[in-house]
Design a protein around this ligand. Structure first.
Ligand code: KG4
Ligand code: ZN
Length: 363
């Protein structure tokens, strides 16, 4: 693999190799490091943080502290697995934005210090752009221009990608992200954080048509998930005594608990089916409006088996070429930071030591 994009309309990147790029990701609650050589990911080490489970969500201060503990062993493991040493590194890349500021700062300061001590260039990477470019890590790869539905815990976007360094958001959520919709629904069902993978697991046994949660009518290519969350809340408070999702409280706490327990699989399947239909209906609209048929999904929620299946089915139905990154490159990982840095390296887009982390990011 050369790292070039098959059937691309883009000019070919220079033929010289990039040597090695060490990439670091620390935007939320995963500490990750990867090594990329000539567009090939040689290692992608990811350390999760179990400490947040008991709190029902990521605690920013605890995340920063865990990154500080994890970062050296994770970088060490990535270098060893790639079979190289720090002397082979030609550039140091890191997630600069968006994310939790304390978490980002750990990766940013580490990368800056390492680049300074190795006297190598720094490459700052936009986390959401990296989720999109995760689709360029392995074959088969999309041709430019392509669309990417990026669905994570903090973002839900449709991105039109014209080249590895040129992309724009053409639709996004106006309230909750798709991952939040999964996690908040799971919380209403009494499931621990992060609930997305658990809804996925229980949905496999359930009937997705059993409960019909409403689909919001949002103009254009934007999304909304907060109404779905409210309808689930009211429905559970009524313990299924009415199929009208309104603010009535027809059930006791005990009845609600029993209702959830007896119907967990069908509830998960129905919630998942609705989140997936909201996402795919907008993606279909985006494909019609842009005329683009090379379509990718990316981000943590692209690990969802219901979304992956429905996306492939939509591909067959609408004649799309569909692309989904390997599982390890769906949730937060440094492999996607490394591939993005590879293209920035080829384009000569480097940062200097005055670069700082930023919780929010412009595209
Ligand atoms: O991209 P990501 O790892 O981190 C962010 O940048 O946010 O995404 C995390 C999100 C969480 O909301 C998690 O519940 C969701 O991705 N997620 C899933 C699945 N795996 C992860 N949601 C539904 N089904 C899954 N299998
Ligand atoms: Zn992410």
């Amino acid at each position: 693999m050369s790292g070039q994009i098959k059937e691309s309309n883009e000019p070919s990147p220079p033929s010289r190799g990039t040597g090695g790029i060490l990439a670091i990701e620390s935007s939320c609650d995963e500490t990750s490091a990867a090594i990329c050589r000539d567009g090939n990911i040689l290692s992608n080490i990811i350390a999760g943080q179990k400490v947040h489970e008991q709190y029902g969500g990521v605690v920013p201060e605890l995340a920063s502290r865990a990154h500080i503990q994890n970062i050296i062993p994770v970088v060490d493991a990535a270098v060893k697995k790639a079979g190289c040493n720090l002397g082979d590194i030609d550039a140091v890349a890191f997630t600069q934005s968006p994310g939790l500021i304390g978490s980002l700062l750990v990766g940013t300061q580490f990368a800056k210090s390492l680049a300074l001590s190795l006297n190598k260039p720094l490459i700052a990477v936009h986390h959401m752009q990296a989720h999109v470019l995760a689709n360029l890590i392995d074959d088969p790869r999309p041709s430019f221009p392509f669309l990417c539905l990026t669905v994570s815990g903090g973002h839900t976007q449709i991105v039109l990608c014209e080249s590895p360094t040129k992309m724009r958001v053409i639709g996004e959520t106006i309230d909750d992200a798709a991952g939040e919709a999964f996690d908040k629904s799971a919380k209403l069902l009494g499931l621990p954080y992060p609930g997305g993978p658990l809804i996925d697991k229980y949905a496999k046994e359930g009937n997705p048509k059993r409960f019909q949660f409403p689909e919001p009518q949002i103009p254009g290519l934007d999304f909304s998930f907060s109404g779905l969350k409210t309808s689930i809340l009211y429905f559970l408070q009524n313990a299924g005594k009415t199929h009208v999702y309104k603010e009535e409280f027809l059930a006791t706490e005990k009845e609600k608990e029993v209702f959830i327990k007896e119907n967990l699989a069908d509830l998960c399947a129905s919630i998942q089916q609705r989140i997936v239909s909201i996402l795919l209906n907008k993606l279909k609209k985006a494909s019609i409006e842009t005329g683009i048929k090379d379509i990718c999904i990316a981000g943590g929620v692209s690990a969802n088996s219901g979304l992956r299946k429905a996306f492939e089915e939509a591909g067959t139905k609408y004649n799309w070429n569909t692309f989904i990154p390997d599982f390890q490159y769906c949730t937060d990982n440094a492999g996607m930071i490394a591939i993005t840095a590879y293209f920035k390296y080829l384009a000569g887009e480097f940062s200097d030591l005055s670069t700082t982390a930023s919780a929010r990011a412009e595209w």
